[in-house]
Design a protein around this ligand. Structure first.
Ligand code: HEC
Length: 251
């Protein structure tokens, strides 16, 4: 075998992709993405008798790890290292008292078996990076497509839709909760995609269009294609109330 082939094979082993490691060593217990709505229902109302999960899902783990370990608002590279070292420790010495998951969720599962001797630290590094990015990747995939306001107005006119402007900010807890639990919900997504065009504005980075005023984040503005503000909703809502508002705005 040529030297470069050996080097290539060797580096493939060393730099195992996080996804491959996940599939080989974690996926038998941890499923990938399930929407927050379904997870909440399963854990809170059904005591896991609906989904029969063997462990928290990847999007749950990813979100909680990033929220609970280290400083989420600090430097990203450094934060990823903090999360990685937590995972490294947990895989070798699992202990529910160190856990970052919600109590209701943990109560359902036994402690994870130790993976000492079953996974190398290179593999852990790769899978930790995969886990770190997972939640953001899935949120992008399972969220409405956001447009710039000017384009949204043009499309709203053309397609007979209503523009929804979301006033949000990066470190706003309720904005994230709404994004995860309501805006990424299958039923809400269906209505938003059919009758609305969404615009997302980080109010600490840019101005809201049309000089719109807000006092809290999130605030949701519903605007028709003639730039008339139909409704302004400040604060977080439940899925049921949000769906109700979408129906009201359409009338
Ligand atoms: C045999 C099943 C099983 C396998 C395989 C498994 N886990 Fe787990 N894992 C669990 C269970 C059950 C929990 C929840 C209870 C707990 O926290 O110990 C858990 C919890 C965790 C936690 C959360 C700790 C916390 O703070 O709540 C992390 C992180 C984790 N697993 C990562 C992994 C990674 C990465 C892999 C693959 C390399 C993996 N697990 C493989 C069953 C498994």
């Amino acid at each position: 075998m040529k030297v470069w082939v050996i080097i290539a094979l060797f580096s493939m082993l060393l730099f195992a992709s996080g996804e491959t490691v996940y599939k080989k060593k974690c996926a038998s217990c941890h499923l990938g993405y399930i929407s927050m709505g379904k997870l909440k229902e399963n854990f809170v109302e059904y005591n896991n008798t609906k989904l029969h999960l063997k462990a928290p899902t990847l999007n749950q783990l990813s979100f909680r790890l990033k929220q609970k370990i280290g400083d989420p608002s600090g430097d990203k590279e450094f934060h990823m290292m903090e999360v990685t070292s937590f995972i490294q420790d947990y895989l070798y010495a699992p202990d529910k008292s160190k856990s970052v998951c919600m109590k209701e969720v943990l109560a359902i599962f036994d402690t994870m078996p130790s993976m000492k001797g079953k996974i190398t630290s290179e593999e852990i590094e790769a899978v930790a990076q995969y886990l770190y990015e997972y939640d953001t990747k899935m949120m992008d995939k399972h969220s409405v497509h956001y447009q710039k306001f000017d384009q949204a107005l043009i499309d709203a006119k053309k397609e007979g839709k209503i523009v929804m402007v979301k006033a949000t900010s990066e470190f706003c807890h309720y904005c994230k909760q709404m994004d995860r639990e309501v805006l990424a919900d299958e039923d809400v997504l269906k209505v938003l995609k059919k009758d609305f065009i969404a615009v997302s504005v980080d109010v600490y980075k840019e101005d809201l269009p049309m000089d719109l005023k807000f006092t809290v984040t999130p605030t949701y503005f519903f605007i028709d294609s003639h730039k008339k503000v139909l409704l302004r909703i400040p604060g977080a809502l439940t899925k049921k109330d949000f769906l109700h508002i979408l129906e009201e705005v359409k009338k």
